[in-house]
Design a protein around this ligand. Structure first.
Ligand code: PRP
Ligand code: URA
Length: 209
């Protein structure tokens, strides 16, 4: 079964409070999502493999470490996942970015896929699927299905806020996928919104309604 990690670093918790606040406007919301995505990227890359190299310092030759060249891919679920991409790329600028476009039908809450564009070598990459919200889990499950159908083997899922219901759905459908969360909230409401949550992530990021 996939593991669930909650990144409850004080900086993440602090910023998340303002992300949740309905008084936070679009500009600040976007900046905060970007910052939390960077902080989460720092945590999620903790286990990246290193290799030893020689480096000439001004004083002598030192043994030192560099990333061993593991190939990474960031896969935002459109549209709200896009808000997390730049923050992650600040830390891992060489990562390739693929896109999976899904929206949740407001009546059925079922995900509808409308766009997929991925790096050609996704089967060799360690992929991080990103979306601020994991609610019913339908979108995350469908995005991961879409990646696996195209050959992806090594997938992590990262979000800001998750509902317990969604976490269970993803764990059940994709037991090989670890889930990384900034906050695990209480529940879903009757409209499939996370409680207390932050409202509609896409609308708050892009100022739509
Ligand atoms: C939101 C969110 C997730 C999805 C989560 O996207 O960004 O993708 O809902 O809900 P689920 O876990 O119940 O599937 P939305 O469908 O509102 O599309 P948007 O990003 O284009 O606004
Ligand atoms: N999508 C969102 O943007 N917010 C929620 O609370 C649930 C799904």
């Amino acid at each position: 079964m996939g593991k669930v990690y909650v990144f409850d670093h004080p900086l993440i918790q602090h910023k998340l409070t303002y992300i949740r606040d309905s008084k936070t406007g679009t500009k600040e919301f976007r900046e905060l999502v970007d910052e939390v995505a960077s902080l989460m990227a720092f945590e999620i890359t903790r286990d990246l493999p290193l290799t030893e190299v020689d480096v000439e310092t001004p004083v002598t030759t030192a043994k030192s470490k560099v990333l061993s060249g593991k190939k990474l891919g960031i896969i935002p679920i459109l549209r709200a996942g896009l808000g997390m991409v730049d923050g992650i790329l600040k830390l891992i600028p060489a990562a390739k970015v693929g896109h999976v476009g899904l929206y949740r039908d407001p009546e059925t809450l079922q995900p509808v896929e409308y766009y997929v564009k991925l790096p050609s070598d996704i089967e060799e990459r360690e992929l991080i699927v990103v979306d601020p919200m994991l609610a019913t889990g339908g979108s995350a499950v469908e995005a991961i299905n879409s990646l696996k159908k195209r050959g992806a083997k090594n997938i992590k899922f990262m979000c800001l806020i998750a509902a317990p219901e969604g976490v269970d759905v993803v764990k059940e459908a994709h037991p090989d996928v670890d889930i990384y969360i900034a906050a695990l909230d209480e529940k879903l409401n009757d409209h499939g919104y996370i409680v207390p949550g932050l409202g509609d992530a896409g609308d708050r990021l892009y100022g739509t309604k």
